[in-house]
Every structure is written in structure tokens, then in C-alpha cells.
Write a protein that binds this ligand. Sequence first.
Ligand SMILES: [Zn+2]
Length: 304
Amino acid sequence: MQDYPRTQVEFEHWFSSEEACRQYLSRLRWPNGFRCPRCQHGEAWQTARQLYHCKRCGFETSVTAGTIFQGTRKPLRLWFGAMWYVVGQKNGVSALGLQRILGLQRYETVWIWLHKLRKAMVRPGRYRLSGTVEVDETYIGGRRSGKRGRGAAGKTLVFIAVEDKDEHFGRIRLRRISNASAASLTPTVQDNIKPGSIVRTDDWSGYGRLATVGYQHTVVRRSADIGENLLPLANRVAALLKKWLQGTHQGAVRPSHLDYYLDEYTFRFNRRTSRSRGKLFYRLMQQAVAIAPVRNQDIRSRRP
Ligand SMILES: [Zn+2]
């Protein structure tokens, strides 16, 4: 049974009160009923302050404790509205756009919310890519083109992996990396792609160790034909990513924030065929209650 609203009208109907929002979070968090985080007991009283009081050990917890909503002083309805808006915008959202929708006074608050939500877009314990996977790197930011393996001033190197489904896009993974050496690329491949997969790369030396760590490594050699697209899927993802950063974020992405944007782009890309806004909302909500809270100061400290 579907457990999400499908339309704007349904959304407003479903989440018309704080209590309704809390109930929804509780269902997602404890699909098999309440579990005490301390003793695993399954029964609790609800206190007047909306806390769960464990009947066995007396531990008190709230439905938002241990989620990205932990410690929020804003109504859950506002959070839900923000998430509904975020998943409804096909090309991503800016903090200013969200601020207008929510009518929040402080830009800072909206900015922190967006970063928390992006954090929730990475599925905890997510699957690694498999099958045939195309791998490449690209530079983001800066003006001049950089030399591979050495890094270039003002540029950030991003690892790209794309599943090849009969020459169509499967799922993608994006990761910021410090350089294109084998010491950096090998573990990045291992983090993102299942062993045994066919990994297609160009003949860059940084990929030289893949066969020794359990991958079927296919090297696409540079040919004499200039302009031939050797890794078409990875190259297209690189181009789309740059276009998105340029369009939604006006290219104003600092290297220290890039991780968030890569996560957001990956979330949107891997669900691009899902037409249902409600399903995306549900997925984001599930992940929001499953990840550890992000402390505001951790986000603020990275702010320019
Ligand atoms: Zn307990």
C-alpha cells in the first residue's frame, strides 16, 4: 500500500497538523512499532510533551531524536513543506527559492535545511553499482583546463561512475577526489562499484590496479581519431552535471560544498524516471529518519 500523498491537495490533507506529521515520521521510523533506542522494548507511553516514555527502562525519546529533524524549533509541517517542494523541483532548488516558498525570515536557516536534506539524499548503506560500469573523472569549477593527475588551480576533481544498460544510463555515483592517482582512484572504485563488475575506463595509469582488486577491467584505448567519444555515458553525465551546477546554482559552488551538490544531483539523476513526486517524497523522508542528525555547526563551519 502506498504511504505517501500523490498530489498537492493530498499533501495538504495528509499533513494538516503537527500531530499528523509526527505520526507519519513514527510510521517510517518504526514500521514494526515503537522500539526503545536504549533497551529495544516495544512499549511506551506518550507524554504530554510528545515524548515516548519507555515502559521498561523509562528512557524518553522523541520521534525526531536521531534524525535530521533532531532539535528543530520549527514546525514539522514546515519541514514537510520544504521536502515536498524540493522533490517537486526537477532541476534542484536554491536557498532563495525555498526561502520564498516557506516564508522564513532567515536565509541562514533555509541554507542549513537544504544542506541537511541533501545529506538525506544519500541512501544509508546504499548499493554499489554493478554490471558494466563506465568510469571517468572530470574537473568542476575554475577557468583553465587542468592537467590530469596533477590538479589545477581552483578546480575540483570529481569521480564519475555510470552503469551501462545497453548503452543507456543506469545508476550513477559521483565523488569528489583529491587527485587521479591509483592510490585515490582504486579505493573510490571499491567504495562505489561491486567487485566482479566490468569496469570500463580509458588507459590512464590511475586505473591500472583495478584488475588486481577483483574487477574485470576493460581499457578503452585512445585512438587516432580525434573527437571520438571513448566513454560516452560518463562524458554525458559530466556535461549534464556541469550544466545543472551552472543552471541551478549559477556555477557558484565552492569545493567545500560540492559534496552536497553531488549527492543531490545523484539522488535526482538516479530517480529521474520516477514520475511520482509522492514516491520521491517518501524516499527522502525515509532517508531523513534513517540518517544521523547533522549538527548545524558542522554545516556552518564549512560556510564561506
Ligand atoms: Zn527502554
